[in-house]
Each structure stands twice: as C-alpha cells, then as structure tokens.
Design a protein around this ligand. Structure first.
Ligand SMILES: NC(=O)c1ccc[n+]([C@@H]2O[C@H](COP(=O)([O-])OP(=O)(O)OC[C@H]3O[C@@H](n4cnc5c(N)ncnc54)[C@H](O)[C@@H]3O)[C@@H](O)[C@H]2O)c1
Ligand SMILES: [Fe+2]
Length: 394
C-alpha cells in the first residue's frame, strides 16, 4: 500500500485571522488592537448596537488605545451596495486607516466591503465571485454580537446588489479580518428570534462544512465540534440568555464553525437561501433554517456516513442502526432542535406561494451561479432545486 494513500494524506491550506481574542469581557481588547493599525478608525455598526450601549463601550476602549473613531451606525440587516457606498464616504471624509465592525453579520460584512473599497477603485458588484479584489483591503477588526455568521473569521462578505436583487457572495483573502474580538457577553441582549435564527445559521455552517466536497481534516474537526457544542448548549442559551456557560459555548461554536466553512465552503442550503434573502427579504438565519432539514433529506443518501457522524455529534444514539437510518436521525435531530428553539415553519413566514414559485427558476439559477450547491455531496440540478423550494410549502 502506498504510505500516502489514506484520507487526509493530501496537503491543505487553512486561513484564519492573525489573532482571535475570545472570552467574556474581551471587548476591551479593541483599543490595543486598533492601535496596531493606525490613528483613525471607522466604527461600523447599527442602531441596535447604539441602543444596547455597545457603541459607547467600544468607543471608550478605542479611545483608551489612543485611536480616534468616526461612527457609521446605519447598517441595515442584509447590507446593500448603497449602505457600503455611504460607509465609504464617511470613511474617506474622516481619513480613516481601518474599519472596526461591531454587530451581527450585517455590520461585519458592510465593514469588510468598506475596507475593500477604501483601497480599490472598483464598484462593489465588481468584487462578486472569487478573488476579484485587486489590492489588499484596509485593516479590519471584527466584533460579533450574534452567535451566528462567523463572519469575524471568514474571508467572505455578502452584499446585496440593489440593481439586480442579487445577494453577491464575495470571496477574497483580503476580506479576512486581521483581528477578531469574540466576547460572548455581547450576545446576551439578542432578542429570542435573533438568537435562534443566527444559531441555526452557525449550525448550518458546521453541517455544510462537514459534508462539503472541499472538507479537509482541519475543517472536519472544527465543524464536528461546533455541531457537538450547539447540540449540547443551544437550547440552554436560547431559553436563558443569562446562562453564561451556554452563551459562551454557543459563541465558540459560531466562531469555530466560521473557521471551518471559510476553509471548506458552504453548500446547497446557503446557495438556495441567499436568493430567498435577496428576493423576499427573509433574514439569513431564517432562510437557512427552513431549508436545512429539507436539503439534508435530499443530500444524505450521497454521504450517509457523514450524516451519521452529525447525528452522533448532536447527541443521538445511533447504535444498531443502518447507515441510512443513522443519517436520517441527523435530519430528525435538526428538525427537533429547530422546533425546540421555536424556529418558525416556512408557511408561518407568510411567503406567497404563487409569487415564490414564479421566482423559483431565477432563484435556482442564482443559487447554482454562486457555486455553493456544487460543494454538496449530492449535486442538485436546477429542477431539483426548484423541487426543494416547492417543498417549503408542504
Ligand atoms: N461573511 C460571512 O461569512 C457571512 C456568513 C453568514 C452570513 N453572513 C451575512 O450576515 C448577515 C446576517 O447577520 P446576522 O444573522 O448576524 O444578523 P444581523 O447582523 O442582520 O442582525 C440581525 C438583527 O439583530 C440585531 N442584533 C444583532 N446583535 C444583537 C445583540 N447582541 N443584541 C440585540 N440585537 C442584536 C441587529 O441589530 C439586527 O436587527 C446576512 O447579510 C448574511 O448574508 C455573512
Ligand atoms: Fe450563513
């Protein structure tokens, strides 16, 4: 036998921020991190962060680090090219040297795009796709407040192109934050539905990373642990936001899942969910959550051993089951978890079936064009994607 002929014998690359600060109270690290990158920062955030007092807390720490900051706090959920342009204007007016993101995935993604625009002459839609950003972005420090997207450790940003109603996936090493500051205390104030839907986004990252055709030993290890952490702690974190142990590990799962999928890509759920977000303005976590069990059902026949691992990581007993039975247990376990944390069913979202299915062919095309469904163990055709969209209404 060839001594190099075993799973994991290939060479792999793995990208992550230069530094990740993790732990209760680590927001205070933003001052010393900012000081590494210059004298003026643009703090990119939103109105909820202002109301929660996090903007004021961050500004105090940034100032203590000897850095001045301008604030752009108008990022909306699922940011658009227009939001990025407005942020860039303030960045330039204030002659900033870095972007500091404070918020969920929306402010983090907006800050990444602003940082890329600050050093490049293109328009945001020119960045769509893989490695389309010509020059390194301005330094990015990311401080997440949802246990969700993992954007603080990914090389992605997702920005809606308002002219075409497309959620653009932009992938570039230049979008990897230099520093991630992950403070689980910041997630306590999330409303229940935000906590639930963003956590299912993290679970989707972990599951899609684990089953991705681009998975590698480093990402598999991280993804499986993220699934185990969410299976163990998510219900507690959702039911009782003051449960710091559960909040801590749910946040850890989100960041770990982010590192996993940033290096192995997501797959069919994300491919199909972005067009729902763009066309029907459903929050990212929710559009993933309604699709996740359906897509798992579609996919598990192509990689039953991986889905059996997922069932086990979620704490299910699969002893004595056939591989396919164990794989199906993973689907049931995800459905149950979503029910327990009150993720709404697709029909409760009041999507208009007729209009939705009229858009389904375009959405299927956009999903395939993003490349994500191509990472799925079972690669879907356009017709199969339309069929899965249709199952949302059953
Ligand atoms: N770049 C990536 O790698 C990546 C990965 C997944 C998703 N995304 C993108 O991230 C965006 C979604 O991000 P998200 O799910 O974190 O939601 P979000 O940032 O849109 O926030 C959702 C809502 O929750 C509020 N909120 C956030 N944190 C809060 C807190 N601690 N307390 C009170 N309110 C709080 C926000 O103000 C907002 O109203 C989408 O645009 C999605 O496409 C990016
Ligand atoms: Fe996601």
């Amino acid at each position: 036998m060839n001594p190099f002929d075993f799973i994991g014998s290939k060479m792999y690359e793995f990208r992550a921020p230069q530094i990740i600060h993790f732990g209760l109270g680590c927001l205070k690290k933003v001052g010393s991190e900012a000081a590494r990158f210059g004298k003026r920062a643009l703090l990119v955030s939103d109105q909820s962060m202002q109301k929660a007092g996090y903007v004021a807390q961050a500004l105090e720490q940034i100032k203590a680090g000897g850095v001045e900051a301008a604030v752009y706090d108008q990022v909306n959920a699922e940011p658009t090219d227009k939001i990025v342009d407005e942020g860039l204007r303030i960045y330039k007016d204030n002659k900033c040297d870095m972007a500091i993101a404070l918020g969920g995935g929306s402010p983090i993604d907006a800050a990444k795009a602003i940082a890329a625009m600050a050093t490049n002459t293109a328009k945001v839609p020119d960045f769509m796709g893989l490695n389309k950003i010509a020059k390194p972005a301005a330094p990015i420090i990311a401080i997440p407040t949802t246990a969700g997207t993992g954007s603080e450790v990914t090389r992605f940003t997702i920005i809606t192109d308002t002219a075409r109603d497309v959620k653009m996936l932009i992938v570039s090493d230049f979008l990897m934050p230099q520093a991630a500051i992950v403070d689980p205390l910041l997630t306590i104030s999330m409303p229940g539905w935000v906590a639930a839907s963003t956590a299912v986004d993290a679970l989707t990252h972990a599951i899609e990373s684990y089953i991705s055709r681009k998975a590698q030993p480093l990402t598999e290890t991280l993804a499986l642990e993220a699934i185990r952490l969410l299976g163990t702690y998510l219900r507690r974190a959702w039911a009782n936001p003051e449960d710091l142990e559960a909040k801590n590990y749910t946040m850890l799962a989100s960041t770990v899942a982010g590192m996993a999928f940033s290096n192995s890509s997501v797959a069919m759920v994300h491919g199909m969910s972005r067009p729902i977000g763009a066309c029907f303005h459903v929050a990212h976590g929710l559009s993933n959550a309604i699709l996740l069990p359906l897509v798992m059902e579609f996919s598990c026949v192509a990689a039953p051993e991986k889905f059996a691992d997922i069932a086990e990581a979620m704490g299910e007993n699969i002893e004595g089951l056939t591989l396919m039975e164990a794989a199906n247990v993973a689907v049931d376990a995800v459905r149950q978890l979503c029910d327990d944390i009150k993720i709404p069913r697709a029909i409760e979202l009041k999507l208009k079936q007729e209009e939705f299915m009229r858009m389904a062919p375009k959405m299927a095309e956009d999903a395939l064009a993003s490349g994500s469904p191509g990472n799925n163990p079972r690669r879907p055709s356009k017709e199969e994607i339309i069929e899965v969209y249709g199952q949302l209404f059953k």
